[in-house]
Design a protein around this ligand. Structure first.
Ligand SMILES: [Zn+2]
Length: 160
């Protein structure tokens, strides 16, 4: 249990008593979800809280908070509403993974993939033509097969 000493004017920092510190307190950052909870219950100076912090981007940040005698901080996934164990992330694991997958199959990424494939095709053709000049390939069929093999190898290299 810890005592809240003050809340910054912007509402993004919480000064919490810590007698292990020589100055007697620590200023903590809060995740957006924790900030929402803190303002929704009107947390103020002198309140006793339970909290968990973690270093996020080099700053001590509160990821979970509960006011003594108050309601439990409820952290929910903003997409599906599933309860989260703390306020570190806005979405649950499943929704985060889904968002990632969507991003990967977005037109932008698709376009990138297409242009990589075009580059591969060009490189494969150039390599095959070089083989023809070296006299190692003679028929169009051999040439096509060689392009296919080289193309596969290059695509593999790009995607590895
Ligand atoms: Zn979710």
């Amino acid at each position: 249990m810890s005592k809240v000493l003050s809340l910054s004017s912007k509402g993004n920092l919480l000064k919490i008593e810590d007698l292990k510190e020589t100055k007697g307190y620590i200023w903590y950052f809060m995740t957006e979800e924790v900030m929402k909870y803190v303002s929704s219950i009107g947390l103020t100076e002198g309140d006793i809280i339970e909290f968990k912090s973690e270093e996020i981007r080099g700053e001590d940040t509160i990821i979970y908070i509960k006011k003594q005698g108050g309601t439990v901080a409820e952290f929910k996934c903003i997409k599906c509403g599933k309860a989260l164990k703390d306020g570190k992330y806005k979405t649950c694991y499943n929704c985060s993974m889904e968002a990632k997958e969507k991003e990967q199959s977005s037109p932008d990424n698709q376009h990138k993939q297409d242009s990589i494939e075009k580059q591969c095709a060009l490189k494969a053709s150039a390599k095959a033509v070089a083989l023809v000049f070296q006299g190692r390939l003679t028929t169009p069929d051999e040439l096509a097969t060689a392009i296919g093999i080289v193309y596969d190898q290059i695509v593999k290299k790009f995607n590895s």
